[in-house]
Design a protein around this ligand. Structure first.
Ligand code: HEC
Length: 116
């Protein structure tokens, strides 16, 4: 009797354990926020107005961004946005943004600027 209770308890424990971890990992992936939303929340303050010397976003600044992509490459631009550079704060001030989310915001900035 005691022995089967032990087996039952460990089965419950295993079940509880896998219940806990699986959905959390799945949620992290599906919850990457949209670049447009993050841009409006965090990046537009500087990149919409040019505050602190931030390169502005918009079709009229397409050449600036196209040049950046050609000179540095998209991946470098994204790493700099994640790490921060000069007056550009790490992750654009979105401290709870994942790398993927910063990347989404950069992609959105490039789209707004018509650069690819
Ligand atoms: C506090 C102002 C500020 C905020 C907020 C901000 N930036 Fe910036 N950003 C800057 C400045 C200033 C630069 C220019 C840095 C330099 O090259 O000297 C810059 C540069 C960049 C660059 C170009 C990097 C390169 O390689 O030249 C990217 C991409 C960028 N920001 C993305 C973002 C994203 C995405 C967000 C929002 C998540 C964001 N920024 C929020 C100020 C800001």
């Amino acid at each position: 009797m005691l022995r089967s209770l032990g087996i039952l308890l460990s089965a419950l424990w295993l079940a509880a354990c896998s219940d806990d971890s699986a959905p959390a990992a799945a949620a992290d992936v599906s919850q990457a926020r949209d670049g447009a939303q993050l841009y409006r929340q965090y990046c537009v303050t500087c990149h919409g107005s040019g505050a602190l010397g931030a390169p502005k976003v918009g079709k009229e600044h397409r050449l600036y961004w196209s040049h950046e992509i050609e000179e540095e490459g998209f991946d470098t631009i994204v790493s700099e946005a994640i790490a921060g550079i000069n007056s550009m704060p790490p992750r654009g001030g979105c401290f709870d943004c994942s790398d993927e989310e910063v990347r989404n915001a950069v992609i959105y900035m490039l789209q707004l600027s018509g650069a690819k």
